[in-house]
Design a protein. Structure first.
Length: 253
């Protein structure tokens, strides 16, 4: 179902969060994100409470802040988009930092930053406390379409294989004195990309034939039939229930 080693996002541990079944954590993270997205953007205090809830989960999972923050850099493009909103959006203008900014744009930027950051943090915490193989098994337990689960499993497994193939091709080019300095070298890089595609396609064909020869019929066997206990569901529900309470307060206050 996955690679034989832990992914870079995963942080080994034996915390209560690590021990929860993967499908419980997936449901909890999804429900938390839905509560965050449903919160009105004007309830600024609510997003502070959401951050405190995630911080409590990180402490319980023994995930250090540096590990969490370093892996949240993936949202930098969304941050850049949010920063531009006050300058390009229309509507009433306000003066700030010596320039005129759009008031709806400021609210839109805050909405994107707050909700996006909390969603990314929840996802990183989920990946940091759950191995990729367990995540895929959790999706199986949640009755996700088998084809999607299989595509995800092969993608995760062979992403590292393709990356390693790219590294070897880069070393081979460098050993022959190649250095990409400008557009003149783009032709060599394009040929390398084409060769990588062909090698990946051929590898996929060989892997498929090997699986068929071993009895593969189009679906992987379900390897995990263990059901979560009521106590485990209750522990996993603590975060989304607290987030739901905050969301409801955000609409009523």
């Amino acid at each position: 179902m996955g690679a034989g080693h832990a992914h870079r996002l995963y942080r080994r541990g034996d915390s209560p969060v690590h021990r929860l079944p993967a499908h419980c954590k997936i449901i909890a993270a999804l429900a938390f994100v839905l509560a965050v997205v449903s919160t009105p953007r004007e309830a600024v205090w609510a997003f502070g409470l959401y951050a405190l809830l995630l911080a409590a989960v990180a402490v319980a999972a023994r995930v250090p802040p540096g590990h969490l923050l370093a892996r949240m850099l993936v949202e930098v493009p969304f941050v850049a988009f949010a920063v531009l909103l006050p300058f390009v959006a229309e509507g009433p203008r306000v003066h700030a930092l010596g320039t005129e900014l759009s008031e709806p744009g400021l609210w839109g930027a805050w909405n994107v930053l707050a909700k996006g950051t909390l969603g990314v943090a929840a996802s990183v915490l989920l990946a940091s406390t759950t191995e990729l193989r367990d995540l895929l098994l959790g999706l199986q337990r949640l009755r996700m379409p088998p084809l999607l689960v299989e595509i995800a499993s092969f993608m995760l497994r062979y992403a590292d294989v393709i990356t390693d193939e790219m590294r070897r091709m880069r070393i081979a080019r460098a050993s022959r004195g190649f250095t990409a300095r400008g557009p003149r070298q783009w032709g060599v890089l394009a040929k390398s990309a084409g060769a990588l595609f062909i090698r990946s396609y051929e590898r996929g064909e060989r892997v498929h034939l090997a699986m068929v020869s071993r009895g593969y019929t189009g679906s992987m066997p379900v390897l995990d039939e263990a059901a979560a206990t009521r106590a485990q569901w209750s522990s996993a529900a603590a975060l989304p229930l607290a987030a739901l309470a905050v969301c409801l307060l955000g609409w009523t206050l």
